[in-house]
Design a protein around this ligand. Sequence first.
Ligand SMILES: CC(=O)SCCNC(=O)CCNC(=O)[C@H](O)C(C)(C)COP(=O)(O)OP(=O)(O)OC[C@H]1O[C@@H](n2cnc3c(N)ncnc32)[C@H](O)[C@@H]1OP(=O)(O)O
Ligand SMILES: CC(=O)C(=O)O
Length: 544
Amino acid sequence: MNQPADALDLHGAFHVYDTTLRDGMQQEGLNPTVADKLTIARQLDGLGVGYIEGGWPGANPKDTEFFRRAATELDLQHARLAAFGATRRAGVKAADDPLVAALRDSGAGVVTLVAKSHAGHVEKALRTTLAENLAMVRDTVSHLRAEGQQVFLDAEHFFDGYRLDRAYALEVLRTAYDAGADVIALCDTNGGMLPGWVADVVHDVVQTTGVRVGIHCHNDTGCAVANTLAAVEAGATHVQGCINGYGERTGNADLVNVVANLELKLDRKVLPPGLLAEATRIAHAVAEVTNVPPASRQPYVGVSAFAHKAGLHASAIKIDPDLYQHMDPAGVGNDMRLLVSEMAGRASIELKGKELGFDLSEHPEVVTRVTARVKEMESGGYTFEAADASFELLLIEEVEGRRPSYFDVESWRIISETLTRPYRPGPGEETVTQSTEATVKLRAAGVRYVVTGEGNGPVNALDQALRTAIVQAYPAIAKFELIDFKVRILDQGHGTDAITRVLIETSDGESSWVTVGVGANVIEASWEALVDGLTYGLVRHHVE
Ligand SMILES: CC(=O)SCCNC(=O)CCNC(=O)[C@H](O)C(C)(C)COP(=O)(O)OP(=O)(O)OC[C@H]1O[C@@H](n2cnc3c(N)ncnc32)[C@H](O)[C@@H]1OP(=O)(O)O
Ligand SMILES: CC(=O)C(=O)O
């Protein structure tokens, strides 16, 4: 494993410590492979964090394997790898405890030990004495230090323990520090703290013990990031967290939010220069690996973090984006976006047009018409903020005086059949077979096509028939694929009589676009969105 020996110097006095690969993976539903963990480690290194906690070697074969492979497969430029694990068990020597041995033999230069700092937990969970717990901390830290490893201590349940028995909680910290631990991270393990409480405790610890304080917060009160910042302002110089706020229960402090706030709001340079601008790309790349869709409203790096919907906001942004943004999105590698909806005003339409490559500044009459059509169509159930491609078709129609059109549909028809037939003689033994076929009649490039398509449902059958017909005139369509289909019933009181909205996402293998259709039934709405999806694809591919 190639680790920068000067990681501490590189990051000055401040540590950014990532625990995505350990605490982050304690999140319900996350179960990465070793290869996934190695990929995430590379991404975290690209963000410039100082430490990457890779897991708990010895606790499970996967984490042991991660450290084994990390030794040859990771070439970290910024971070040092840390192995996480517990202090020795009660009543055994640190050198004889197999889990401590796994930490020692992990190849990681840093070991982060979790230890009890709450007197009640020592007695109830460890079922040992307060003195033996101190000995467990002292022995394990000393043993690993003697083996040449740098040791950090995660003081589990510290804030709750401090409330119960301040003297004992502080004694655990001093014991670890005196034995050679470089950092004592105070953990809000149950995540129940608020910023003012964290600040008071951290301030007291810094003043009375002189230990180097770190902070590890869970998000059960929704305050993990705020608690982390409060701790830093009270004297903590080591922050722990997980990318995208992953972690046990409600998660850990979102490390991207923590570092962005430290750098941009508190003027603390905690990452190597320029790397904060990689944050959006990296947060999304990690989400791809974990297969958890990124939260669109995630501060700083979410796709909606700089998305503006209200007309009044857009009109001010047209003059100066700073009027409705707390920072330049480029600072974290994000982009400003304008959303078109019934809340749009003329400025929203003009800015959205510009984003799509249409300069409408000299065409106020077009802006007025588009604004009016958007509001009217949205009141009828359309939504353009989620369907940029349908909006662009509408815009082209108003700018050029005609909607792009590659084929003229004469008619379409669906037949859905359910066959119930016995598959074996005998009463009550039946099987049901469904089949749907669609017939589309249209003219494309001067030729009339009558095509039938089969599918596992009406929309699938229509899609098959439509693309089979027009691919003959426009071969580019062969690459297009329907990748997502969402149906929403709009006036819920009307049951099966309701208005239906369909959003369809189409891909050409490199990019994707979303179109919308609205109708009295799901098939009508889907047809409109399908036609728009293929039409927009042809426009995008510059098909004449
Ligand atoms: C707050 C946190 O998130 S800390 C991180 C927690 N992460 C994990 O638990 C994930 C990995 N854990 C594991 O794979 C397993 O729990 C292991 C391998 C660590 C231990 O497994 P087991 O030996 O089967 O024990 P179990 O899971 O029931 O844990 C309880 C044991 O750990 C001991 N223990 C708990 N906390 C500590 C601690 N801080 N220091 C030392 N021992 C501890 C308990 O005393 C108990 O020991 P005992 O079995 O001798 O009575
Ligand atoms: C160590 C840890 O993850 C916690 O106390 O929350």
